[in-house]
Structure formats: structure tokens, C-alpha cells
Unconditional design. Structure first.
Length: 127
């Protein structure tokens, strides 16, 4: 992938404040942030287009983020996924990792650490 090409982040979270935070954290020159409030929208988006990284809330309308991970795994859709949750339980984090999530952040999260990790996961390092 060309380094000049925009990275596509899919945020799946029913809290619009999280979407506004992501828009502030990730420059529109470098990133396109797609936003879904539920797993149905997220699944349709993942089927329709390339996504470099999905930021997925655990608790969502119409089903959990874990259910979405199960569904995309069954359908052979591969996307790097970082989980977000207000719940800090080892069980949900472990389950998410078993289903392919590469990281798990508890809300509220430290923005500097979050941005650094997201950039590293999509190959943008310290830029």
C-alpha cells in the first residue's frame, strides 16, 4: 500500500462522543474514518470495502462486538481489530483475543497511547 494512500478506520461504537474523539485524534489528511453504531452496519461495511483497522466496542445495539467478530471470522473477512469497552473484565478481553482482536482498550483510554498503538497496527509508526 502506498504510504500516501489514506488509511481506512472503521469505528463501531454507539457513543457519538467516541466518533468525535476519533475525528480529533486522526487527521483527515491521513485517515478516512467510517462510523457505524451497530454490528449490522459494520458487517455491511466490511463486506463492501477495504478497511485497514476496525475499532470495535464490546456492547452494541443488535448484538455484541464479539458476535460481530464471530460472524466475520465465519465469513472469511479479515480485518485488524482493536476492542473498546467500558467493561474491564479479563474474560471479555480473552474472548476478544481468541476471536482475533489484536488489542483491547478500556474506556476511558489514554489517547496518546491509543493513537500510537493504532498507528503501529496499520504501519504508520510515529508519523
Amino acid at each position: 500500500m502506498d504510504m500516501k494512500e489514506k488509511r481506512i478506520l472503521l469505528l463501531v461504537d454507539d457513543e457519538e462522543t467516541i466518533f468525535k474523539t476519533m475525528k480529533m485524534l486522526f487527521s483527515e489528511k491521513t485517515y478516512t474514518i467510517l462510523y457505524c453504531k451497530d454490528i449490522n452496519c459494520a458487517y455491511s461495511t466490511l463486506k463492501a470495502q477495504r478497511v485497514d483497522l476496525m475499532i470495535l466496542d464490546l456492547f452494541l445495539p443488535h448484538g455484541s462486538g464479539l458476535r460481530l467478530l464471530e460472524k466475520i471470522n465465519k465469513k472469511g473477512i479479515s480485518v485488524k481489530t482493536v476492542m473498546l469497552s467500558a467493561s474491564d473484565t479479563a474474560q471479555s478481553a480473552t474472548e476478544a483475543m481468541k476471536l482475533g482482536a489484536i488489542d483491547y482498550f478500556t474506556k476511558p483510554f489514554k489517547t496518546k497511547e491509543f493513537v500510537k498503538k493504532i498507528k503501529s497496527y496499520i504501519g504508520q509508526g510515529e508519523n
